[in-house]
Design a protein around this ligand. Structure first.
Ligand code: BGC
Length: 763
């Protein structure tokens, strides 16, 4: 396509038309110029292609496909390769189905365990979310299919999802809610971005120029397409001016008319519209040149892939030796989910799975000796005494029991948040009763988000499968019996109870007004800072083997923030089974004037090791690993100082560490006002100079640059003004804390002198 030539040939109406959809899933075509419509579909964990007109609420049917583990499971793999394999498979399927853009991945941060779409999002950590997003985006796009990363930005709940207002300070936005998007744009070169429904600090994302143009395009150099979330437009013309290209699904055409009128009346320049059209055309053109509609997919291979990914995503949360189960022993499988597992969430990402394998079916297929009792009804919760009694008897008659528990479908869906972190009461009761008769009880959890585990002290083993896709049953059985070794690590903290979560007091806000008062202290950043006990810390996950960490090395003792630091260590599998270990690298700012988390994830690698095998693992850290966002600079900033580099098996299991000094190369600007303190002034050379000149010498100099006589007279003063123990410290502190305006009040300076001083200092 010669995009520039086509732009010249399009009428104003055709240009406006190209900026909204033809229907739910297609852009408009312009036949006379040979522009075909482009199809986009949902489905970051399986392709959700609806034939015909379709709907976007997961109500209408979509084509049969393979359902893979959802995002919260995928993130628990802590493995870029898992995301790469999934992106590649979905890219191939999109090609076979002639889909040009896949609406995913969702990379919003998990602010609260209650968000109804947490199963569609990766993590509470922006670095992990960004890195995993990059792998998915890159591999999908290598197949010639655009990814559409969503929902940009600060879309962290479902309550009032289409109209809410996420309110937060600049540092929180840049340090927590934007970085994953920044990474997939800069590093992953995402071709599409879907803007969120909600407003950020009062301006809807779809009309937010700061977000869509100043940050996304100018700061991050984004060159792709910006599409609305479905139905997110409030003011189409404002959106166009803000940098929004395509409105979906499109509607009646009245929005197109508004664009035409705005151009005709001069309210917007035609060049603004041209740029949006250019972005749409380039997306179509890119797809046309990569299109392979004749390609097919191997369904069996995809099912196998789904199973393998599910195995790598599962997290062994607790194991006091009950797992792996011994083949040949009689095991009771308890719970409806053993038969019909929960394997995906509801809403726009819901796919029509080709076949779902439950653990019971898988175990019997594998020739294992299992008995079964249903135990509870997921859709009809309550007191089912006969089910409970049958389950208890079945467990008592076996040598071990596995209870398949978790969140029922209705608990986790787009459009609703949960209002509790609890499992259904009947499931908790079931587990408690089972464990009384069967000490060797394992709980397998299905669900996209953390739940409270009131029985955890009594149950010796817990395996979390998350929402593991359609092959989750087979994967669970292989892990339970040790055919596979668990290697997932949780990508979000599991708190002891909902009330511990930092967003608890402000989630889901009032009438759509959501204050992110916990600021940057999301997830482990909060629990660690408050030294709180948690159920399972971020990054936690056990294995059937053991790993030893050694040989920690840093390439430098000191670096400038413009340089990089290489970190290496060795990991050895000291156990008797092969297994994978996800190493985590955390950086800790030992001393800092900014309020910072105790530690932050800045690297991770997953490696496979045979028993006795060792591997060296390397990480490279650059400025961003040490920086925090500094609102005074509107940029990232490294304060010179010591940083601790920690290599860990989880955020609370630090195995190796060492120090590096990082020298910041940018100075933080200081703007003095009348309420700046003497202490503020003394922090800079300019300020100290001034104090020397303006004040009486004995009071204007700090210790160290006073003459011997001055020191003696100050000493005398201290003695005579004794106000009890500590008065010396108090006097010094009071001086340093004194605002400049008070120096005027105390008659040491005139108002005019102070104004002159501020002018000089701020020049
Ligand atoms: C969801 C998006 C989805 C779109 C299209 C919206 O309601 O928020 O994530 O891609 O619908 O189905």
């Amino acid at each position: 396509m010669d995009v520039e030539k086509i732009l010249k040939q399009l009428t104003l109406e055709e240009k406006a038309g190209l900026c909204s959809g033809a229907d739910f899933w297609h852009t408009k075509g312009v036949e006379r110029l040979g522009i075909p419509p482009l199809m986009m579909c949902d489905g970051p964990h399986g392709l959700r292609k609806q034939a015909g007109e379709g709907d976007h609420m997961g109500i209408g049917e979509s084509i049969e496909t393979v359902c893979y583990p959802t995002a919260s499971a995928l993130a628990a793999s802590f493995d870029r390769n898992v995301l790469h394999r999934l992106g590649e498979a979905l890219g191939q399927e999109c090609q076979a189905e002639d889909v040009g853009m896949l609406l995913g991945p969702g990379i919003n941060l998990k602010r609260s365990p209650l968000c109804g779409r947490n199963f569609e999002y990766f993590s509470e950590d922006p670095y992990l979310s960004g890195e995993l997003g990059v792998s998915f985006v890159e591999s999908l796009q290598e197949q010639g299919v655009a990814s559409c990363v969503k929902h940009f930005a600060a879309n962290n709940q479902e309550t009032r999802r289409m109209s809410g207002n996420s309110r937060m300070d600049e540092r929180t936005l840049y340090e927590m809610y934007l970085p994953a998007f920044e990474t997939v744009v800069k590093k992953g070169k995402a071709r599409g971005i879907m803007c969120a429904y909600n407003a950020i600090n009062g301006i809807f994302a779809a009309e937010n120029k700061e977000l869509l143009t100043d940050i996304l395009r100018k700061k991050w150099g984004y060159r792709g397409l910006v599409v609305t979330d479905w139905g997110a437009v409030k003011d189409r013309v404002q959106g166009l001016l803000a940098g929004l290209d395509l409105e979906m699904p499109g509607g009646s055409g009245s929005q197109d008319e508004k664009i035409v009128k705005a151009v005709q009346s001069g309210a917007i320049e035609e060049s603004v519209l041209d740029q949006a059209v250019r972005n749409v055309l380039h997306l179509i053109d890119d797809y046309l040149s990569a299109r392979r509609p004749e390609s097919g997919i191997d369904r069996d291979k995809c099912v196998k892939l789904s199973e393998e990914l599910s195995e790598q995503c599962a997290v062994l949360m607790k194991n006091e030796g009950t797992l792996p189960l011994k083949k040949g022993t009689k095991v009771a499988f308890i719970g409806e989910f053993a038969e019909k597992p929960r394997y995906q969430g509801a809403g726009s990402s819901h796919v029509h799975a080709s076949a779902v394998t439950g653990a019971l079916e898988a175990a019997r297929d594998m020739g294992l000796e299992v008995t079964f009792a249903r135990g509870y009804r997921a859709k009809d919760q309550g007191d089912h005494a006969e089910l409970l009694a049958e389950a208890v008897a079945t467990a008592a008659n076996a040598e071990a029991a596995v209870v398949f528990a978790g969140l029922p479908d209705s608990y986790e869906t787009e459009g609703c948040d949960r209002d509790t972190m609890a499992l259904p009461e009947d499931q908790n009761r079931l587990i408690q009763e089972i464990v009384k008769v069967q000490p060797d009880t394992v709980v397998v959890l299905h669900g996209g988000s953390p739940v409270e585990l009131p029985w955890i002290e009594d149950v010796p083993a817990v395996l979390c499968m998350y929402l593991g896709g359609q092959a989750v049953g087979r994967a669970a059985v292989k892990l339970l019996y040790g055919d596979q070794n668990p290697s997932g690590k949780i990508a979000e903290t599991w708190p002891l109870r909902l009330e511990d979560n930092p967003s608890y007091l402000n989630f889901p806000g009032e009438e759509g007004w959501v204050e992110y008062r916990e600021g940057i202290f999301v997830g482990y950043r909060y629990y660690d800072k408050k030294k709180m006990e948690v159920q399972f810390p971020f990054g936690h996950g056990l294995s059937y083997t053991e790993f030893e960490y050694s040989d920690f090395k840093l390439s430098h003792e000191t670096i400038a923030d413009t340089e990089t630091l290489q970190v290496t260590c060795k990991v050895t599998n000291t156990g008797e089974r092969s297994g994978m270990e996800a190493l985590q690298l955390y950086v800790r700012d030992v001393e800092s004037t900014a309020i910072r988390p105790v530690r932050e994830l800045k690297g991770f690698e997953k490696i496979m090791l045979e028993p006795g095998e060792s591997r060296e693992v390397g990480f490279v850290l650059d400025k961003r690993a040490f920086a925090s966002y500094e609102p005074k600079l509107h940029d990232w900033y490294v304060e010179t100082g010591t940083f601790m580099i920690e290599i860990a098996s989880s955020s609370r299991d630090i195995r190796l560490s060492g120090e590096v000094t990082v020298q910041g190369t940018i100075e933080k600007p200081i703007h003095y006002t009348k309420t700046s303190t003497v202490g503020d002034l003394m922090k800079t050379v300019k300020g100290r100079e001034f104090m020397k000149q303006m004040m009486n010498p004995a009071q204007g100099r700090t210790e160290g640059n006073q003459s011997k006589g001055e020191k003696e007279s100050m000493e005398e003063n201290r003695m005579t003004t004794s106000m009890g123990e500590g008065s010396e410290k108090m006097a010094q502190n009071m001086m340093l804390e004194m605002p400049l305006s008070s120096i005027v009040s105390f008659g040491r300076m005139t108002e005019e002198q102070l104004e002159g001083l501020l002018e000089v200092l701020n020049a």
